[in-house]
Design a protein around this ligand. Structure first.
Ligand code: AMP
Ligand code: MG
Length: 327
């Protein structure tokens, strides 16, 4: 049975004006970004933010990312850091930076921490809604907490149904995995809290050495709740991992193989699904969540998924798959 319908809005000027009005008056609207679809709400309105947590079933101690149009708007919610000038080339884009917060930011956004995560997104629809609403927008992924993030408008309605009444359809997301998170909240220290489309290598070329923290540590920094989110981005179907180009272990039952490149050397039996033709980790990341959702709906006993080489965006792809496989 399909769940009760959400209303889809288009990218027409009148629909985007409607979306901005809804946000200004305290409602939540799902919007496309270049990473995944976000469930947007006015980041300065606690009642609107409370709805985000309710719709997603997200724990209140998990802080939200604030999206703003430009550096001037960023300076209204966060203390600027001189290193941001070195990162200007990544914005607008899929890079989130953690900075000291300004007092106007509600505790619901920051989980009552002295820091706030901010991003200047690149997606033209999201930017137009930011401009029309005139508000900073908090926008966690538009899915039930812990499940696979949405990369198409239909993913949002499939998993949130009428709990999310308005969805702006902007087609498929370009990157398909969530933003890179870089912590610059302490002067002189840079830490990578989450790998993403802006790669560690690209950031280090601008900033010099960056400390890479484990998932458990990044959770502790964000939430004081170590281990709680180890399992995340998870389909209901069990996921097992194998190294790039390796042979997956023999498995019993109805098995799907999720492969980064087309392969002819594997034993027959499992059904094969390709994320890219030639092993591009960019393409793998772009299609990963869509394919995980499709496979999750098909009653497999196990999904055997191929890891990428852990460089560039391969690090983000591996991070999301590893979390999908955690039990
Ligand atoms: P998302 O689920 O993509 O909306 O990203 C939210 C994640 O950003 C949280 O789960 C944290 O891991 C991280 N985050 C947000 N705010 C902060 C913060 N103030 N300090 C550290 N990490 C944060
Ligand atoms: Mg999420």
């Amino acid at each position: 049975m399909p769940s009760p319908a959400a209303s889809f809005l288009s990218s027409s000027p009148s629909d985007l004006a409607r979306a901005a009005d809804l946000l200004r008056t305290g409602h939540c609207v799902a919007l496309p970004t270049e990473t995944v679809y976000g469930l947007a709400a006015d980041a300065l309105n606690p009642a609107a933010l409370a709805q985000v947590f309710t719709i997603k079933g997200r724990p209140l101690l998990d802080p939200l990312i604030v999206h703003v149009l430009d550096q001037a708007a960023l300076a209204e919610v966060a203390e600027l850091d001189e290193r941001l000038a070195l990162l200007a080339g990544f914005w607008p884009g899929p890079l989130t930076v953690v900075l000291r917060r300004k007092p106007c930011v509600p505790d619901l956004v920051t989980a009552s921490k002295p820091t706030v995560a901010v991003r200047i997104p690149a997606h033209p629809i999201f930017r137009e809604v930011l401009r029309l609403s005139g508000r900073p927008l908090a926008a966690p992924s538009a899915n039930p907490f812990g499940y696979v993030s949405p990369t198409k408008a239909a993913h949002v309605s499939d998993s949130l149904g009428a709990r999310c009444p308005w969805i702006v359809d902007g087609g498929a997301c370009t990157h398909g995995v969530e933003s890179t998170i870089l912590d610059l909240s302490v002067p002189g220290r840079a830490r990578l809290l989450r790998p993403g489309p802006v790669t560690l290598e690209a950031l280090q070329a601008k900033l010099g050495p960056i400390e890479v923290v484990t998932r458990a540590v990044s959770q502790q920094i964000a939430q004081d709740a170590p281990g709680m989110l180890e399992r995340h981005y998870s389909p209901a179907t069990r996921v097992e991992l194998f190294a790039r180009g390796a042979q997956p272990a023999a498995a019993v039952g109805k098995v799907a193989r999720l492969l980064l490149a087309r392969r002819t050397d594997l034993p027959v039996g499992p059904e094969d699904f390709y994320l890219s033709e030639h092993g591009s980790a960019e393409e793998g990341a772009r299609h990963l969540f869509d394919l995980l959702r499709q496979l999750d709906a098909r009653g497999f006993d196990v999904i055997q998924a191929e890891l990428a080489e852990a460089v560039g965006i391969g690090a983000a792809y591996n991070d999301r798959l590893t979390r999908a496989a955690a039990r």
